[in-house]
Design a protein around this ligand. Structure first.
Ligand code: UDP
Length: 331
């Protein structure tokens, strides 16, 4: 197999990582998948295990990463990504964004591979500029509950640029906005699995705050297309990938109520600390550099995602941990 067609994907058993594995297999790559399975699930990639061009290593990339043979590309997608997850495992979150990124940049340098790192709209914190352009430096509370993720990702970006500028490593940075689709974890605490899980269990939908805060949700296939194009481009500065179709959380709850046909209502809970009041990507850079725009409308993406959650075994829906995330939220 040609070097260029060998890719290492970290966080491969997670939501985004597993979809990336599918895409790179489809594009004819040999995929080396890595995950420590803290938040990832082998079920997301078990359909790939029988393929000779797919190999899985259970490994925590915060420790030294060894991959035998040549590598063309590295995609660093290992990290807890939901606010509840990074409140539960703050130190691992900081380590994988910093030490993990350092190990993978070192690996990219040693293998002469191009590396793309998964950054996030969280680098903008609670943004005072709207919509968010890549040139905005952000408004992050370093010592707040979300600081462990936001600052790890900001450090990741700085380290990535340093490896590019100082060592000449070929680097790419994608800033990912809220993304949804099949293989999200029902218990990850994020708004979409939370609302759909509640509707399926016959519980009321919990809106945090008054629901006037906004998010902009991108379907996973659109995101993967944007990432694929960015990897193959020669653009080094960060690029926002997300869907600018902005909605309030209150309206989003109403959409989920309609979609699931539930007779449940919404209930209001206090807003978590430092919860961003607004978020919407400015995607003019992605449009211009990559010729990319999202194609899948929320109505369509939500339908597919709802079908996925409905198809999960009943036990998954009623596991205790689906309901216990409230105790981790700092308000
Ligand atoms: N949210 C909510 N109810 C829930 C879970 C989340 O109202 O059961 C809100 C949360 O406070 C935030 C938005 O939905 O304003 C999106 O939260 P999520 O955890 O999905 O990710 P974030 O965009 O904050 O990283």
């Amino acid at each position: 197999m040609a070097t260029k067609k060998r890719v290492l994907i970290t966080g491969a058993a997670g939501f985004l990582g597993s979809h990336l594995c599918d895409r790179f297999i489809k594009e004819g790559f040999e995929v080396i998948a890595m995950d420590n399975l803290i938040t990832g699930d082998l079920k997301n990639i078990e359909h790939l295990f029988r393929l000779p061009q797919f190999i899985f290593y259970e490994h925590d990339v915060s420790n030294f990463v060894h991959v035998p043979g040549k590598l063309g590309y590295i995609l660093h997608f290992a990290s807890p990504a939901s606010p509840i997850d990074y409140l539960k495992i703050p130190i691992q979150t900081l380590k994988v964004g910093s030490l993990g990124t350092h190990n993978l940049l070192g690996l990219a340098k040693a293998k002469d591979a191009r590396i793309l790192v998964a950054s996030t709209s969280e680098v903008y914190g609670d943004p005072t500029v709207h919509p968010q352009k890549e040139t905005y430096w952000g408004n992050v509370n370093p010592v707040g509950p979300r600081g462990v993720y936001d600052e790890a990702k900001r450090f990741q970006e700085a380290l990535t640029m340093a490896y590019h500028n100082f060592h000449g490593v070929e680097t790419r940075i994608v800033r990912i906005f809220n993304t949804y689709g099949p293989r999200m974890r029902l218990n990850d605490g994020r708004v979409l699995p939370a609302f759909i899980g509640q509707a399926l269990r016959g519980e009321d939908l919990t809106i945090f705050g008054d629901g006037s805060q906004t998010r902009s949700f991108c379907y996973v296939d659109d995101l993967v297309e944007g990432i694929y194009r960015l990897l193959l481009s020669d653009y080094v500065e960060p690029v926002n990938i997300g869907n600018p179709d902005e909605i309030t959380i209150r309206e989003f709850a109403e959409e989920i109520i309609k979609l699931t046909n539930t007779t449940q209502k919404v209930v209001f809970k206090p807003l978590p600390k430092d919860d961003p009041t607004q978020r919407k990507p400015d995607i003019s850079r992605a449009k211009e550099i990559l010729g990319w725009t999202p194609k899948i409308k929320r109505a369509e993406g939500l339908k597919i995602t709802y079908e996925y959650f409905k198809s999960l075994p009943k036990e998954a829906l009623h596991k205790k941990e689906h309901n216990d995330f409230e105790k981790y939220i700092k308000r």
